[in-house]
Design a protein around this ligand. Structure first.
Ligand code: NAD
Length: 468
């Protein structure tokens, strides 16, 4: 079994402690994650601070070039990264799985490398010249979740370094190895200390949030952890971007054509086995289309192959960890107890691995956790409505506000409903289709700040106004 190392200041650092990383398809051990201590974190922050002095002075075009070459390196190692990702995360190599994730990481890296933040001249005349400059913050702490670990690491690291910052990243202890490998590859192209990785338990994330040497924390994960990070960051008034949980609603309007939308609905909900922040997690369907949508979704679900991610025929993998599997099982059982009708799935598979079948639950409503909370797994509640106003009100009856979607044939009508959904992103006739040029972020308790595009890049800077 491979014992992995931290990467600090361009050097591989061994730790005394290790923790096994488990393959969710088999329960076997993938490798040993190094357990960083507070001292390792201090060393990583010091290395990043040292690298910042020179990295921030590199010309803008040279920095853009360096960032761009990291995309080439990731691409050259795409298959190796995809296999490692599948082993520790569970998602299949194929479909919207590991190869897709690594492809996304490359695309985001390239696009973001090409962005820039030129000086803006706000005024230039007899009364003087006023310029707006964007300055890097310093050392950025990145804390990532287990669902899309490589792509999200790139979403954090690339804009941070493109804007002139340096980074210490701490991946989830459930999926740390692909991030360590990613950082090793980035270090082949970047000066030492620009990107460092420390791995360990949640405690390292707490220490990062309070660390006086870190100027900003960019966090993707649950709302509960986001709250803790905000509290811990208060002492040093860190800048924060918090991309948190979601409970995205989709509304199927009376003029939708179920056969045309079924594929989009299915993958909007079940991408990565539902373990996606902006997946469709509650589906509201008009009474006139309800039975047909249930039928079409069930037929589609029957063709999906859930299995070991390394098998080329699997299109969905297991749930990533035991805790999440228990949440999904409990929520589905509770929905069933409250009168929910299971159309397909609904019972966890026997081990090994954390497999749960694709599950559709009809005839449910608010008042059960499968609808009210984030299930973050392969189970979709389908709620019947008769009045669109009622569906909009129910979609908005959540403390979350990450994404939402509306499905219908009259695009003008769909658009007017979409704009009334309280969410950072809304889609029409699709769900969760993010792209590197469009800002993405949550409202309400799904967090604040945005990622992607020029707006996302700005989040890694502070404004300096220069009065000449
Ligand atoms: P999590 O909050 O449990 O963990 C995320 C990261 O935070 C991990 O690296 C973990 O070690 C670290 N962490 C845990 N406790 C910490 C603390 N006290 N201080 C600092 N760091 C700490 O989330 P998860 O279970 O890994 O991921 C699932 C959640 O992430 C879901 O709620 C999902 O919706 C959300 N998510 C959101 C987005 C988005 O863009 N909005 C994207 C992906 C996932």
């Amino acid at each position: 079994m491979q014992r992995w190392t931290l990467l600090i200041g361009g050097r591989k650092i061994e730790t005394e402690g290790f923790q096994n990383v488990i393959n969710p398809s088999t329960g076997g051990v993938v490798g040993a994650m190094p357990l960083a201590t507070a001292k390792h974190l201090d060393a990583a922050v010091a290395a990043a601070a040292k690298a910042f002095v020179t990295w921030t002075d590199v010309s803008d075009s040279d920095r853009a070039d360096a960032c761009r070459t990291t995309g080439d390196t990731i691409e050259a190692h795409a298959e190796e990264l995809a296999r490692l990702l599948t082993l520790e995360q569970g998602k299949p190599l194929n479909g919207l799985g590991s190869r897709f994730e690594i492809g996304g990481a490359v695309a985001w890296t390239r696009y973001t490398s090409g962005l820039s933040l030129p000086v803006e001249v706000l005024q230039d005349g007899a009364e003087g010249r006023v310029e707006l400059h964007r300055k890097p913050i310093g050392v950025v702490g990145s804390i990532t979740p287990w669902n899309w670990p490589v792509m999200i690491a790139c979403w954090h690291i690339i804009p941070a370094i493109r804007a002139g910052n340096t980074v210490v990243i701490k991946p989830s202890p459930l999926t740390p190895l692909s991030t360590i490998r990613l950082v090793e590859l980035l270090n082949e192209k970047l000066p030492p200390g620009v990107v460092n990785v420390v791995t360990g338990e949640n405690e390292i994330g707490s220490l990062m949030s309070a660390h006086p040497g870190i100027g900003k924390v960019t966090f993707t994960g649950s709302t509960a952890t986001g709250r803790k990070i905000m509290q811990n960051a208060a002492g040093t008034l860190k800048r924060l971007t918090l991309e948190l949980g979601g409970n995205d609603a989709g509304i199927v309007l009376p003029d939708a054509e179920p056969k045309k939308i079924v594929e989009g609905l299915f993958w909007g909900a079940f991408i990565n086995g539902g373990q996606t922040c902006a997946a469709l997690k509650r589906l509201y369907v008009h009474d006139s289309r309800y039975d047909e949508v249930c039928r079409e979704l069930t037929a589609y679900a029957k063709q999906v192959v859930v299995g070991d991610g390394l098998s080329e025929t699997s299109t969905l993998g297991p749930v990533q960890n035991r805790r999440q599997l228990d949440i999904v099982s409990t929520f589905v059982q509770e929905a069933r107890d409250k009168g929910g009708r299971v159309l397909i799935g609904g019972t966890p598979a026997d081990g090994p691995g954390y497999f749960y079948p694709v599950t559709l639950v009809a005839d449910v409503d608010h008042g059960c956790r499968l609808v009210d909370e984030e299930q973050f797994g392969p189970a979709l509640p389908i709620i019947r409505y008769t009045d669109v106003e009622d569906a909009i009100a129910k979609a908005n009856a959540s403390s979350m506000g990450l994404g939402g979607s509306v499905w219908g044939s009259d695009l003008g009508r769909a658009r007017s409903v979409a704009q009334r959904i309280e969410a950072g992103s809304v889609w029409i006739n699709k769900h969760g289709a993010i792209q590197p040029n469009a800002p993405f972020g949550g409202v309400k308790q799904s967090g604040f700040g945005v990622e992607f595009g020029v707006d996302g890049l700005k989040e890694f800077t502070t404004v300096q106004t220069v009065f000449v």
